[in-house]
Design a protein around this ligand. Structure first.
Ligand SMILES: [Zn+2]
Ligand SMILES: [Zn+2]
Length: 194
């Protein structure tokens, strides 16, 4: 598959990489249909955040489930899903309080540092750990370009619905996260994978 790989400061290349495979029963594999470039990508691209190179970039993306582990019960092959920048277990101290970005088992897509990272979604396919509690099911009728913006603002646009569905928080509680995300909303550039 083709994938965008960080090679060093101010240097990315599109490379051929193996199509990712299921490693854990809670994994799913997505065919990426839209992916994003966000401000966090620029931290390591510009060298402000030092990351060992060689990883596939892309924190946020939208895709179709093409394979899943036996423990993935909430999503099926063919489902369209929105994926935020980190995985979430849905059960740890933070997740149950609606602070899934602090998930004790969370992995960040599209980085090599700090620890707990996984290849990102600027690629034709991506492996997603903890699929059941990481994926967000998109609302009906939202165009693809809007869905990837929701991924960037994940746990923010989608979070009121998502957090309230996964925790005891109300939608109003969860909405308070969205209001703090103006910078994220405005500093993003969606792109369609062709
Ligand atoms: Zn991001
Ligand atoms: Zn968690």
């Amino acid at each position: 598959m083709r994938a965008v790989v960080l090679k060093g400061d101010y240097h990315v290349e599109v490379e051929d990489r193996p199509v990712p495979q299921i490693r854990e029963p809670t994994d799913a594999i997505l065919r990426v249909t839209s992916t994003a470039l966000c401000g966090s990508d620029l931290h390591f691209y510009r060298g402000h955040l030092k990351c060992p190179p060689g990883f596939i970039c892309g924190h946020e993306f939208v895709g179709e489930v093409v394979a899943k582990g036996d423990a993935v019960k909430q999503f099926d092959i063919g489902d369209k899903v929105v994926v935020p920048f980190y995985t979430a277990c849905g059960a740890c101290y933070y997740c149950v309080r609606g602070q899934a970005s602090r998930c004790a088992k969370g992995e960040l897509f599209g980085n090599s540092a700090p620890a707990n990272t996984v290849d990102g979604g600027q690629a034709e396919f991506v492996r997603c750990p903890l699929a059941d509690t990481t994926f967000v099911r998109p609302p009906e009728g939202i165009p693809e370009e809007m869905l990837v913006l929701m991924a960037i603002s994940s746990r923010l646009v989608t979070s009121p619905r998502h957090v309230s569905s996964k925790t005891s928080l109300t939608v109003t509680d969860a909405n308070s996260q969205w209001s703090r995300s103006a910078a994220d909303r405005s500093a993003c550039a969606p792109s369609r994978v062709r």
